[in-house]
Design a protein around this ligand. Structure first.
Ligand code: WT7
Length: 644
């Protein structure tokens, strides 16, 4: 496989597409030349109570201030619900496919509107008002979308915490944003197993005293304790509530949601998105990147706990009046043909998933795919991590039968939606490349000194000017926002990713250049895992790095130094893995633990991670310069006892 493979735009896709090659060119030019004019028009795609007259007011310098459509007034739930009632009230808004293949449900726009209003009224009755923070800790059920939209309805700021996170992780997120209400469920279901959400929530609430109420969805019917005066059943709270709720008028720059994400240092930070710009971006990208057409069934396999679920299960598709499928389960339950069975069952036209899932399914061969029809599929997409060309081609040939273009969408929690991606009717594809920036995105590469690179180049991926979907700040910590994204290369947004740009201007994302790992498309800070490990009473020091992993993309490799006198046993390794799962969640489980009597440090005491990464990757013949090490013998010892 080389960079030379090119897959031209299919005539059948170009026909009737929203954006063909000529339009793409024209949009790119217009958005760069006249951002105000371009975005004034695009802003009309969502419903405004007062349309904006001021469009772009942004600066990446100094205190960094990002405002879009700032004098506009709107409510996100109106764009997703009310305005569809007249034209598509009886159209299915959400298809829910349960973990159990015999359970599913279809919810029309009218139903969804009523459910959202009921919950919004129930929250109001508990005293929740505009600007209050509400945390959602839910499985992949319809109520997740209802709860997000109900928060938006009353102007409350939602913070969705992935159901796989531990009580500790939930607690720190509840405390950081000072949530007063938590919405959870008795239990979740995944791959035939139950997830103890309410039990975890109860544990978390011991250290989050600011939470006054808990609304609990009866999902599995599993026995859970309810605390008198604090906990309410969702069905009881909503049953009695009126089915109409006036939408709260929100300024375009009023917050819509907070979503915690990991960085290279410290605790996860609360990425804050506001209402107007985010909604425009979610709708714009969902329509053009998936070439979404009226009446199509669209399926994004992500969890609502991640930004992908926010922008591409809920806000983008519903703003565009789409039918969006929400899946509770996993790709290999009851068997590894499940994705394709669901595609056939619901006649899915557009399918969006993660490279890690594609690689895992590819390993099981073509048969589980080929026994299904998949004739409904028109567009395929990937997100979350670089996709290797082998997996891309398997997806293209076996799943899509060379009929469906693949959109490899590069973006981040911070960007709100897609930023570098092909458009199905406009872009010649190259397997493994996220291709070109969207119209309205000024991407660039800089070297280590921040010098902008021209033409073919490899460097740090930056964005030179603001786009409407950009995060506005780190919740309650604007200084951290500036430091994290604008201090490395002043005046530019730094993504934390490296990339190469080829002669055609196509971007090839090479992965994170900071201390952030991407494990199965889940983002994790090495510092977070290290602090979980050192919190164990027997651990003196820990250093965590990524290692290449066939399925997960990256695995977690931990070097652990024990306190003097502690025995380095296999039982203790197991205990540490369980410990990290409990502290953060199963997604942070180390894949390998190596006992390290010492860690390679510079004379000033800084751990040389570059060397640890090389050892974990078994690339010990290219360790590079080790002359600045305080004690070079440490490295030999680590190489000798490498795990794996
Ligand atoms: C990081 C962002 C974007 C929503 C899901 C993850 C990596 C994401 C791609 C892609 C190569 C990708 C980057 C990015 N990433 N999409 N198509 N090709 N890398 O959001 O948790 O904020 O993670 O995921 O490294 O920085 P996130």
């Amino acid at each position: 496989m080389t960079d030379d493979t090119r897959i031209p735009v299919k005539p059948e896709i170009a026909e009737g597409t929203w954006v063909d090659a000529a339009r793409f060119q024209a949009m790119t030019e217009e958005a760069a030349r006249d951002p105000d004019g371009f975005w004034r028009k695009e802003a009309q795609r969502i419903a405004w109570m007062t349309p904006p007259t001021r469009i772009k007011n942004t600066s990446f310098e100094g205190d960094v201030s990002i405002k879009w459509f700032e004098d506009g007034v709107l409510n996100a739930s109106v764009s997703c619900l009310d305005r569809h009632l007249e034209t598509r009230g009886d159209q299915v808004a959400l298809i829910w496919e349960g973990d159990d293949p015999n359970s599913d449900a279809k919810i029309t726009y009218r139903d969804l509107h009523a459910r959202v209003c009921r919950l919004a009224n129930a929250m109001k009755a508990l005293g929740v008002k505009k600007g209050d923070r509400v945390t959602l800790y839910l499985p992949m059920i319809i109520e997740s979308a209802v709860a997000m939209l109900a928060c938006a309805r009353i102007g409350a700021v939602h913070s969705v915490v992935f159901g796989g996170f531990s009580p500790d992780s939930l607690a720190s997120r509840l405390v950081d944003c000072e949530s007063t209400l938590l919405i959870t469920a008795d239990e979740g279901r995944r791959g035939g197993r139950r997830v103890a959400l309410k039990t975890n929530a109860d544990e978390a609430l011991k250290s989050a005293p600011g939470v006054k109420n808990v609304i609990v969805v009866k999902n599995t019917g599993g026995e859970v304790p309810m605390q008198e005066g604090r906990d309410l059943w969702y069905h009881e709270a909503t049953e009695a509530a009126p089915r109409d709720c006036e939408p709260e008028p929100m300024g375009a720059e009023d917050p819509l949601f907070i979503l915690y994400t990991s960085g290279s240092t410290g605790k996860p930070k609360g990425v804050l998105h506001t209402t107007g710009g985010y909604m425009v971006w979610a709708s714009y990208t969902h329509q053009y990147v998936f070439d979404y057409r009226e009446g199509e069934v669209y399926w994004c396999t992500a969890d609502v706990g991640w930004v992908t679920g926010h922008s591409y299960i809920v806000y983008g598709p519903l703003a565009n009046g789409a039918t969006s499928l929400m899946f509770e389960g996993v790709p290999n339950y009851p068997d590894n043909s499940r994705f394709w069975q669901v595609v056939d069952k619901h006649k899915v036209n557009i399918f969006y998933t993660a490279p890690t899932a594609i690689r895992a399914l590819m390993r099981d061969g073509d048969a589980p795919v080929k026994k299904t029809s998949r004739q409904s599929l028109r567009i395929l997409g990937t997100v979350g991590e670089p996709i290797n060309p082998e997996a891309w081609l398997w997806y293209y040939r076996v799943v899509g039968e060379e009929r469906c273009p693949i959109v490899d969408t590069w973006w981040q929690t911070e960007t709100g939606g897609h930023v570098i991606t092909p458009l199905p009717g406009a872009t010649v594809l190259k397997p493994g490349s996220a291709t070109l920036p969207l119209p309205g995105v000024q991407a660039g590469l800089v070297d280590g000194e921040g010098k902008l690179l021209e033409g073919e180049a490899e460097g740090n991926l930056v964005i030179l000017d603001s786009w409407p979907g950009q995060m506005r700040t780190v919740y309650k910590d604007h200084e951290r926002f500036i430091q994290t994204y604008f201090a490395t290369f002043p005046g530019k947004y730094f993504s934390g990713d490296g990339a190469r740009r080829d002669a055609d201007g196509y971007y090839w994302i090479t992965g994170r250049v900071d201390d952030v790992l991407n494990v199965s498309g889940h983002r994790m800070g090495t510092a977070e895992i290290e602090s979980a490990l050192v919190a164990h009473p027997k651990v003196a020091e820990a250093a965590v790095v990524g290692m290449p992993h066939d399925i997960k993309g990256q695995g977690i490799y931990a070097y652990v130094t024990l306190n003097a006198g502690e025995e380095p046993t296999d039982a203790l390794k197991k205990e540490l893995v369980a410990w990290v799962r409990r502290e953060i969640g199963p997604i942070a489980s180390p894949d390998a633990i190596q006992w390290a009597p010492g860690l390679p440090k510079t004379r000033s005491g800084k751990i040389m991670r570059r060397i640890l990464r090389k050892i974990a990757a078994n690339e010990t013949d290219s360790l590079g310069d080790t002359s600045t090490l305080a004690d070079p013998t440490v490295v030999e010892e680590l190489i000798e006892n490498r795990v794996g």
